[in-house]
Every structure is written in structure tokens, then in C-alpha cells.
Ligand binder design. Structure first.
Ligand SMILES: C[S@@+](CC[C@H](N)C(=O)[O-])C[C@H]1O[C@@H](n2cnc3c(N)ncnc32)[C@H](O)[C@@H]1O
Length: 175
């Protein structure tokens, strides 16, 4: 096999694996918009300052872009990405500038009860499935952000409009 065919085959395998995982977990690995990331950082800064010693989880961290941004702006916080899909996980894990942690795991199966800030960008289906867990198994004073989709069982403390972003709104829940 020549090098061009090998590269093409590798790309095809990557696309197929990624499509299988996106279908299985009912969400594509689309990164959040720059304006949404800015809004999360600005809002979190206004609430928690430099977030020193806080544990921040990006639940469904995709390619790791949001984790990278959070770890840059909050260097004294522990930023962790949780990602189930292998290709984005590998890409974010081997990021040479990584200052965040990343774990390959299913966010429905992990313990979220000792995390200070939880961030999601998933789908209405996921947020509905997660609402009970978030209501009953999270830390006191936890801050939850959901990009694009409300958590219907909880009352949002803040809804922030996001210009030029597909996700349009950022929902914050202070439990
Ligand atoms: C829209 S992307 C979010 C990307 C990132 N959070 C951001 O803001 O740029 C959603 C990610 O959630 C992941 N995901 C979906 N279900 C999951 C699960 N049960 N456990 C962990 N990750 C999951 C998908 O593989 C996908 O990469």
C-alpha cells in the first residue's frame, strides 16, 4: 500500500469510528462557539474569581477546546474533560499544550457529587436523562452550565444570550 492510500484509509476509519460513536451517544463532537466559551469564563469569574482550588468538569469535552480555554483562564483550578468518544479523547489527550486532565468515561456513570462546576453541551435528550442525577447527586453550591439546552426540572438562575452561536443561550443553575 502506498502512503497516499494509507492516509486515505486512516481518514476513512477515523470518520467511521467517530460517526458510530456520535450515533450511539446521540450527539456530534461539535465544539462550543467562542462567544459561549467567553460567556462561561466571564460569568464564572464574576461568581468565583480565579476559581482557585475549584474542580471544573466539562462533561462531554469533545476535542478539548473548552478545557484548554478554562485551564488558561483559571490556572489555579483543576479542569477535567470527560469524553466517551475515542477519537476526540485521543486528540485532546495528546494536545501538546494540555494543562487540563482528560478522562475517557461515560458521564452518566461517574460520580459528580464532589465537583464544584459542571459544564455541558449535549442535547435535550441528555439533559432530561441527567436532570435527576444533577438534582440529587451534586455538591452543595455546585454551579452548572448547560450550553444551548435547559434542564427542565431545574430553575435557571441566569439565562445568558449568546450572539453568533448555534447554541444561542447559556443556562446557569446554582444549586
Ligand atoms: C457538542 S460536544 C461538546 C464539546 C465541548 N464540551 C465544547 O464545549 O466544546 C459533546 C460531546 O459529548 C460527548 N458525549 C456524549 N455522550 C457522552 C457520555 N455519555 N459520556 C461522555 N461524553 C459524552 C460526545 O462524544 C461529544 O464529543
Amino acid at each position: 500500500m502506498d502512503i497516499a492510500s494509507f492516509i486515505l484509509l486512516t481518514i476513512i476509519i477515523i470518520v467511521i469510528v467517530n460517526t458510530i460513536y456520535s450515533t450511539k451517544y446521540k450527539v456530534v463532537n461539535m465544539p462550543s462557539a467562542p462567544n459561549t466559551r467567553k460567556a462561561i469564563i466571564k460569568d464564572l469569574k464574576s461568581l468565583k474569581g480565579d476559581c482557585a482550588n475549584l474542580r471544573i468538569y466539562d462533561c462531554g469535552s469533545g476535542w478539548g477546546g473548552l478545557c484548554k480555554k478554562l485551564s488558561k483562564f483559571f490556572p489555579n483550578a483543576t479542569v477535567t474533560g470527560i469524553e466517551i468518544s475515542p477519537i476526540p479523547f485521543i486528540v485532546s489527550y495528546f494536545n501538546p499544550f494540555r494543562r487540563y486532565k482528560v478522562k475517557r468515561d461515560n458521564l452518566f456513570k461517574i460520580d459528580l457529587s464532589n465537583i464544584d462546576v459542571l459544564i455541558f453541551y449535549l442535547s435535550p435528550h441528555h439533559m432530561e436523562q441527567l436532570s435527576k442525577k444533577l438534582k440529587n447527586n451534586t455538591k452543595e453550591n455546585v454551579i452548572i452550565y448547560s450550553q444551548g439546552f435547559p434542564i427542565l426540572e431545574l430553575e435557571a438562575s441566569e439565562i445568558i444570550g449568546i450572539p453568533y452561536a448555534l447554541e444561542k443561550k447559556l443556562y446557569r443553575y446554582d444549586l
